[in-house]
Design a protein around this ligand. Sequence first.
Ligand code: CDP
Length: 228
Amino acid sequence: MPTPTVIAIDGPSASGKSSTAAAVAAQLDMIHVDTGALYRALTWLALERGLEDAAAIVDAADAGSLHLTPRDRRLIVVAGENEDDIEEGIRSERVTAGVSAVAAMPEIRSWVNRRLRVAVRASGGAVLDGRDIGTVVFPDAALKVFLTASAEARARRRLVQRGGAPEPEEVRLEAELLAARDRVDAARKEAPLRQGHDAILVDTTDMSFEAQVARIVELARDRGLPLG
Ligand code: CDP
């Protein structure tokens, strides 16, 4: 089987990785995978079932509770035999507050990485966004981007996305929450959030969404991607 073409977009919370990766994938006619959704889904499952230890969470996921499935040029996580949509549940505040702790567990990380490698190989490649895609999961990725922006810019974008024009105090509080999650992600032993030595830094603090997508598409095309 040929090596899958992987474009890895890593970076801190709310740096716009998922929407950027989705737009890049669409322009390159590739599949998109939001890998944070898998950590969120495992956290959601743990909360639903009252599970605390990693082995129990992974066992429940393996017993058919979670699947990664193709839908509209994306691989998404669905639940149970009927492949129920859990998008709303995995974006809840409860899940957001708990996800970094779940994602710090080695057994959880290897479950996610295994699922990702199998699914991406079966799809022939993908644009993936996460924290450790270029550093750990796909170290041979054809293009690695580290997408970031100041905590304030990221906080403002996230609040605008939720609707309305945020007050400066709200932006400050949200920036603190994001920075706290980044600290947990960067300080963990297993696959910490960091820019890999071979990842290209794209700082979007003063960039429009269209410009950041165009920049990554240009980097991909410069490398002749997607292959084949
Ligand atoms: O969208 P947002 O930036 O808030 O986060 P996300 O991409 O949905 O990821 C949620 C959490 O999953 C992160 O805070 C990390 O703790 C974890 N994560 C990870 O450890 N490794 C990845 N490849 C992706 C996400």
